[in-house]
Ligand binder design. Structure first.
Ligand SMILES: O=C(O)CCC(=O)C(=O)O
Ligand SMILES: [Fe+2]
Length: 208
């Protein structure tokens, strides 16, 4: 059996999650890996059908553009290409670490590419469903072009409470290579309107 080795980078993320319910991480993937993932997303977008994203799950899925306007393509962990293999390897490494240190009992994840065309957004929501609460950690990785300009919008707004219990909103820019990890059951959030195409991979680490 492998000796457990403390990973200081993961520890910072876990600390953030425990203290603030979210973590903003700018170096989860290297610049080269981000470049590969971005190129892969763009290629898939040309070759496959990104589907208009729905809200709800299973029987209650609905497409409502007034709520969310992105198009998505699910990654298939059973048939990953070389770039996706690298992505899954990093995710599974993180999952294994979190399970060993926080006993979260994560079983794996589900991940999709997302593309928000100009004029789209995703209204305030929580990532868990009434009938399915397995989603535990949400992870959004931005694959926007290197010259992404924050004035293009598309911030992730998260809703937090101050020490008096008063709600406030924190806006996080969708900078290329940035990853935001947050507690799926606790943090309401929204994607602000974009006026330039916005790319990401969104995923959820789930319990059984
Ligand atoms: O793209 C983002 O910043 C968040 C996306 C999101 O909230 C979702 O897909 O549930
Ligand atoms: Fe969400």
């Amino acid at each position: 059996m492998n000796e457990f080795e403390v990973n200081p980078f993961y520890e910072l993320i876990i600390n953030d999650l425990m203290n603030h319910k979210y973590s903003v991480v700018d170096a989860f993937f290297t610049a080269k890996e981000i470049e590969l993932l971005r190129a892969n997303l763009k290629l898939k977008r040309e070759l496959s059908n990104f589907k208009q994203a729905a809200i709800g799950n299973n029987d209650s899925e609905q497409i409502i553009e007034e709520i969310r306007g992105d198009s998505i393509l699910w990654l298939d962990e059973d048939q990953p290409d070389e770039v996706e293999k690298m992505y899954f390897e990093k995710m599974n490494n993180f999952i294994a670490y979190v399970n060993q240190t926080c006993y979260l009992g994560l079983q794996g994840g589900e991940f999709h590419y997302a593309c928000y065309p100009p004029g789209t957004f995703y209204k305030r929501h929580l990532d868990t469903f009434h009938t399915d609460t397995r989603r535990t950690l949400s992870m959004v990785l931005y694959l926007n072009d290197e010259d992404w300009n924050p004035s293009w919008g598309g911030e992730l707004a998260i809703y937090l409470k101050d020490e008096h219990g008063v709600e406030y909103q924190k806006n996080i820019h969708a900078l290329p290579g940035r990853m935001i990890i947050f507690n799926s059951k606790a943090l309401e959030h929204e994607v602000k309107m974009v006026n330039h195409v916005r790319y990401s991979i969104t995923g959820w680490l789930k319990t059984r």
